[in-house]
Design a protein around this ligand. Structure first.
Ligand SMILES: *Cc1c(COP(=O)(O)O)cnc(C)c1O
Length: 233
């Protein structure tokens, strides 16, 4: 086993400890926070090591990667889609996904609903919001989501469980905290306005998840903190 693989169980333990400490610091139950191990770019063998160390939920941002890894690994893994999902990939990917974090347009929401009907599925989804108004990021603006919410909730197959955000990178994680707070406030506002129960907030990555937990994150997406730095080829 090479060095980076042998570090994974320790890295996982360390991340879990950080989650527990962050939860305790704000009087939250650590059991209410799900760690999603972001395994993008890493092969199935690496995912297997993390799974054998007790990790269940894995995040991927490309359809091809889920389609390659998921069939090669045990059914006890849970796959979370966290990237921009193209309409023409929905049919293939949907049966593998426990949760799609990144429904970033009304068009995609309609498409997932349509395919779910065809495949007789009831997919759990989160709506991705670009709270910081970052041009480079996918997602609803808060206003476009307010406008689309009625139609999205009327889609019969979708289970809309909450919101997700990917704030712009800041080297000082304290600076992204207002984005996390804004996502929570938007969720509260939409839940109040529509009566929908949207318990999940997917926010926080390796360098800033403590701040996300302090603002109410229920799903944190951690990649490099578990698997080490990614190499893109
Ligand atoms: C890659 C990725 C992550 C994980 O980022 P790290 O900094 O490696 O923890 C989280 N969320 C999304 C949407 C990603 O694409």
């Amino acid at each position: 086993m090479n060095n980076s693989l042998s570090c994974i169980p320790d890295n996982l333990r360390h991340v879990r400890e950080r989650i527990a400490r962050a939860a305790e610091a704000c009087n939250r139950d650590p059991g209410g926070i799900t760690l999603v191990a972001v395994s993008k770019t890493h092969p199935a063998a690496t995912v297997r090591v993390a799974h054998e160390a007790g990790q269940a939920a894995f995040g991927e941002n490309k359809a091809q990667e889920i389609l390659k890894k998921a069939p090669a690994l045990p059914g006890s893994l849970e796959w979370h889609f966290i990237g921009h999902l193209q309409s023409n990939k929905v049919r293939k990917v949907l049966p593998w996904c426990a949760l799609i974090h990144s429904v970033d347009s009304l068009k995609l929401a309609r498409r997932i609903d349509f395919i779910a009907d065809e495949l007789d599925l009831r997919p759990r989804v989160l709506l991705q919001v670009n709270v910081a108004g970052d041009e480079a990021k996918f997602g609803f603006s808060p206003d476009s989501l307010r406008e689309a919410m009625g139609e999205i909730l009327a889609l019969e197959r979708l289970r809309v469980d909450g919101l997700m955000t990917v704030p712009p990178f800041r080297s000082d994680p304290e600076e992204v905290r207002p984005s996390f707070a804004a996502l929570r406030q938007l969720r509260n506002e939409l839940a109040e306005a529509t009566g929908a129960d949207m318990p999940e907030l997917s926010m926080g990555m390796s360098h800033d998840f403590e701040h996300a937990i302090a603002e109410g994150a229920t799903l944190v997406r951690v990649g490099s903190g578990i698997f080490g730095e990614r190499e893109y080829r």
